[in-house]
Ligand binder design. Structure first.
Ligand SMILES: Nc1ncnc2c1ncn2[C@@H]1O[C@H](COP(=O)(O)OP(=O)(O)OP(=O)(O)O)[C@@H](O)[C@H]1O
Length: 593
């Protein structure tokens, strides 16, 4: 089934869509509850029959009829209780499975979003909303089954039995119940924005809390613990005030409902007494009307409480769905085909790019990288180097021109197949809070232990891993916090080396290494990059000294292009950078052409 229907984020359609695969189980829950409740109401009628027989006296009531009425009453009571449990058993299977399925579907949808989506949102708030959706969906199922259906069925059953005593009285009850229902519904709808506001503030607070916890080292370094506590305290105050307003609106609803139902029950009882005095109702009828009015009172009260909770949960669900079910910014185009595996030749034809509401970053870029070529990209900070790598991964669409891999336009191939063709060591080394071996194996889950050890050795992290307390099984901490920056980078390189992708993208892949480690990693890399196309962004020019070709980017344009030796011999920006990095030691440089 599709993950989620992004075109229709209405909470009810969303829930129905996810309930469908377990329709029979859900139907069993609701049918069980319905029959149990009707048996409960039937027990009240059975009691009336018994009372009428008892009131007639031992002489007038045949013994068989009394015991028959007794057994019917016991049967209703037994069915009432046992069916509740059967429905509960079905719900533990159906509701939990549906909530889990919703969580999985939203997670899958979340993973399909582009980096631009995540750049604008807090990860904690997104995770909180996935949880909110699953918890609210589970809550809505429970409230419908245990909170809405029982009082609704009990109320309708009570009205039907009242009709048996007096049709006019039952009609009045139906009219009153409908009026109360309408008033409650209108009022509940007007409170929905208050619940949504509360849901928004709670999710934002979750996101903020996770953001601070995720950056706890920085908070400590800048002695900002109190500052952050004050910030969160302000957000908590906002959340509390929104929560209070949401609850107050519900308390008003409950109060109005309580007044209306007290009036309704009093009127029913008075009518029963009047009918009895007229000789048109038996003692059993009056007892029945008394219990039925209480059933109706309880039913309408329970129904109101349940509807209130339902309104709150559906508002929370709606808010979470609105935030999560944003259509994917980047997705496979209709008719997209998998990238045909090739040697890894890359071509940029007139590529332009600007981030939304920003100045252009790349301007009319033409570049041909033959398969197997090792291309270095250098240039001042902000010149568009990482953006170029991001476009190659199709994290963003070029605003003009096109990019081809082995002659195939990236826009026309599937994203998954494109990512299988690329191995990446990103600028900001990201590791999972998992073991070293799981992090390296991420690039190729089927890789053997021997292959993993080889990749680790080539990335110069073999000795480092041996020194860890549990070797390859050591858990690296949140985003790899238990490792040094250089160690993290070497693990990321080992991970990329394990990938069979024909194109390797390195974004400042060795920036955190000292010169000796960098040289050692470079030697290890040399063997593995031999048959691949490599595009490497680097600030340290020594990283690129063995590369086939270097381009210099400036303000989104290629301002120099050639082999390292050619560029070093020209009086251009590359030579200036080289001179700067060699500390002005001219003897290392060839004569300028
Ligand atoms: N997600 C984004 N949204 C908006 N603007 C962005 C985004 N990412 C980068 N930019 C902007 O695009 C420009 C180019 O950034 P990019 O990261 O490509 O530069 P770079 O050459 O890799 O820089 P550095 O050497 O410092 O890593 C910068 O002005 C940057 O502020």
């Amino acid at each position: 089934m599709t993950a989620v229907d992004t075109a229709t984020p209405s909470p009810w359609r969303f829930l129905l869509h996810h309930a469908k695969p377990r329709l029979a189980t859900h139907a069993a829950v609701f049918a069980g509850v319905l029959v149990a409740v009707l048996c409960g109401v039937g027990a009240q009628y059975g009691l009336k029959q018994l009372i009428d027989l008892i009131a007639a006296g031992p002489a007038a009531a045949p013994s068989a009829a009394v015991w028959h009425a007794f057994l019917v009453l016991c049967g209703f009571i037994a069915a009432d209780n046992l069916l509740w449990r059967a429905a509960g058993y079905a719900a533990t299977h159906g509701f939990t499975a549906t909530a889990g399925q919703i969580r999985e579907a939203l997670f899958a949808h979340l993973l399909g979003h582009s980096p631009a989506f995540f750049a604008d949102r807090l990860p904690g708030a997104l995770a909180a909303r996935v949880s909110t959706t699953a918890v609210s969906s589970f809550g809505i199922g429970n409230i419908l089954a245990w909170g809405v259906l029982p009082p609704a069925a009990a109320g309708l059953g009570a009205i039907a039995i009242t009709a048996h005593v007096h049709v006019g009285l039952a009609a009045c009850l139906v009219g009153s119940a409908l009026c109360i229902g309408w008033v409650m519904f209108r009022m509940a709808r007007r409170t929905a924005p208050l619940h949504r506001l509360h849901a928004q503030r709670a999710a934002a607070l979750d996101g903020d809390t996770v953001d601070v916890v995720g950056n706890i080292a920085m908070v400590r370094v800048f002695g900002a613990t109190m500052r952050e506590r004050r910030r969160i305290a302000v957000a908590v105050e906002d959340e509390i005030s929104a929560h209070r307003r949401s609850l107050w609106s519900m308390e008003w609803l409950r109060l109005i409902h309580a007044v209306l139902t007290v009036l309704l029950v009093a009127a029913t009882l008075a009518a029963g007494l009047w009918l009895w005095r007229q000789g048109r109702a038996s003692v059993g009828d009056v007892a029945l009307l008394a219990t039925l009015s209480l059933t109706i009172l309880n039913a309408t009260r329970d129904l109101a409480v349940a509807l209130v909770e339902l309104t709150q949960l559906s508002a929370r669900l709606e808010e979470a769905l609105r935030a999560l079910l944003v259509p994917h910014g980047l997705r496979d185009r209709p008719g997209a085909v998998p990238l045909k595996p090739g040697a890894g030749g890359i071509q940029l034809q007139g590529v332009c790019f600007a981030y939304p509401d920003r100045m252009p970053v790349l301007r009319n870029l033409d570049l041909v990288v033959p398969s197997g070529q090792k291309l270095g990209i250098i240039g001042p900070s902000g010149s568009g180097k990482s953006t170029l790598l991001a476009l190659l991964q199709r994290f963003h669409e070029p605003t003009g021109g096109r990019i081809l891999i082995d002659g195939q336009d990236l826009a026309a191939v599937t994203l998954d197949s494109l990512h299988h063709a690329l191995a990446v060591v990103p600028q900001d080394t990201a590791l999972f809070h998992r073991s070293v071996i799981e992090n390296i194996r991420y690039a190729r889950p089927e890789a053997s232990l021997e292959e993993i050890r080889r990749a680790a050795r080539l990335a110069q992290c073999g000795a480092m891993i041996d020194e860890l307390p549990d070797g390859l099984d050591t858990v690296v901490g949140n985003r790899g916090v238990k490792l040094s920056g250089g160690q993290r980078q070497r693990l990321a390189i080992a991970r990329a080396l394990l990938s069979p992708a024909p194109i390797l993208l390195l974004d400042e892949a060795t920036s955190a290494l000292d010169s000796d480690s960098e040289r050692a990693v470079r030697d290890g890399l040399a063997e593995l990059v031999r048959d691949r196309t490599v595009i490497a962004v680097a600030h340290r020019l020594s990283t690129l000294q063995n590369f086939d070709r270097i381009i210099v980017l400036d303000q989104g344009r290629i301002v120099e292009d050639g082999t390292p030796a050619e560029l070093a011999s020209r009086c251009g920006p590359y030579r200036a950078m080289l001179r700067q990095q060699q500390g002005g030691l001219e003897p290392h440089l060839p004569e300028a052409a």
